[in-house]
Design a protein around this ligand. Sequence first.
Ligand code: NDP
Length: 452
Amino acid sequence: MADFDLFVIGAGSGGVACARRAGGYGAKAAICEDSVIGGTCVNRGCIPKKFYVYASHYREEFEDAASYGWSVENVRFDWPALVAAKKRELTRLDGIYERLLEDAGVAYLPERGRLVDRHHVEVGSKTYSADTIVIATGAWPVMPEVPGIEHAISSNEAFDLERFPRRIVIVGGAYIACEFAGIFNGLGAETIQLYRGEMILRGFDEDIRTTLYEQMREKGVDLRLETNIEKIEREGERLIARTTRGDAIETDQILFATGRAPNGHGIGLVEAGVELNRKGAVIVDQWSRSNIPNIYAIGDCTDRLNLTPVAIREGRCLTETLYNDNPQMLDHRDVPTAVFSQPEVGTVGFTEAEARAEFEAIDVYRTSFRPLKHTLTGRSEKVMMKLVVERASDRVVGCHMVGADAGELIQVLGILVKATATKAEFDATVAVHPTSAEEFVTLAESLREAAE
Ligand code: NDP
């Protein structure tokens, strides 16, 4: 008999969810981790990022308070205090993760795991046998090969900088770059964001891309398109970023948010015969099964949809299938997602361009307005909301938003898209007034743009 029914390599969100649920169903499960428990989301991603986003919002809140009769004086920001508060909470969360595993009867091995063969995992000096093995090793930031790249940081290091940079250059145009540009700009750093392409957020709806670009610039991020870094030089405490446009930008920190690569190498996968793709991701089917029948992989190491809740669902589907006689696979379509940029982005379903390619005819409803709050503050901040509707069925197949709380709203709109709600059903819903969200149920005929 094997030592374990299930052995999970990697205790991030996906791995922990998988092991816990398997334990809950009575499987004898183990999980190993060579870094801090909780993985990227808890320690170097979603959670600390959201704390820093909250922190960075205060600057505008303090500024706006005067428009509502408050006087806020002697405002100053203390970076070490934020870092320390974040560390305290993450330590607490790490403890909770360990306890959750313990409560589910899962053996937690805080060391690096390596596949020895299809049924054996080496952890430290011991080798364990397991009927089923799950790879949940996540992904890691990719730093491009630019001369002087050793002077730059990735998002991993950004959270714990000893000193808050007065000036920062951020490279990239996707989730992480836009989120960190908002954070550092909000916290008071002179922030330059460089993106190599024509418009940030490639793959998102065009209206989201252009609205976010304009609004980020409006808020003070010096966002430069079609620009990349060619070389980095250090001059004492200062860094010089030489760009493809021939500029030399003097700065205190350079953060590359240029993508993440699956953690598939160096853990014995190739030796055990597990097939990886060119990027090093484990190739899996819809059941998260690799080419080796008892080896599965979930989360970012499979490079499907690299989002924490997706990894968790993939892990849970797997345990439902294996240990609860309830075969489940995750539908990777219509997954709502948010970019915690400033302003925030929320999106679910088809972009306008994708819908045009998919359906014979669509209708697009769009609005852009100044939210009520800013009629007093005088800020020019705009909210953009958009519905993409398949004309034949009247089904809302895409919802997109840029504006405050877009992440909160898109979660609920995601339910409607999943439930195949129609535009008529949106219209039949009475508005909640005064909110920004009410625009989603009052997108009127007059704003309708017929699309061929
Ligand atoms: P992405 O892989 O999404 O984007 C990488 C960005 O860097 C793109 O803008 C890309 O440009 C650019 N880039 C890539 N290589 C280079 C290079 N050599 N020089 C200059 N620019 C380059 O990565 P992220 O790091 O933003 O995010 C990683 C993943 O993490 C995402 O897939 C996302 O799913 C997840 N994530 C989710 C979050 C959330 O849910 N809120 C938050 C953060 C991350 P181009 O567009 O031209 O390819």
